[in-house]
Design a protein. Sequence first.
Length: 163
Amino acid sequence: MEENKTHDDGIEMDDSAGGETTEESRRSFMKKGALASGATALGLSSVDSAAAQEGPTQVLVYTYNYYPNVAFDVIQQLQASTTVNVLRRPSGRTVPEISQPDDYNGYVINYRLGGQEGQSAGITTLLFTRDALQTNARHRLSGSAQVFSSELNLLSTTARQTG
């Protein structure tokens, strides 16, 4: 008795063939592989995507620009030298909390405040993380934060990609 079962992911399994997938699911698998290869060839980093999808990312934001649970867009990554300069005292010396500012990536972000999509007001500021964030992606900051560096006026919180 042959019986075909369709799983939630849409792949049809044929029990008579010992659990092997049908020809249709093999084609689907090949298409997904081709898409992944194409993304890699275009330079789309799976590291950024994986980091964003795994869960919250530890980030630093200025205390006066911390808006919990408000959507923001990652606009652009800062140059490494700019990030290092911003994460140091005006004298050029490091703060105790950040002995290696070059371990951080800096980003320009824009909070989306009110209004309809594309017509909302925004606040542009900087955000720092040791991880990579995907540019042109939307995130939200956690509702909880701790003072990270009082000298640099930075809070530590987490960000989660939302779209």
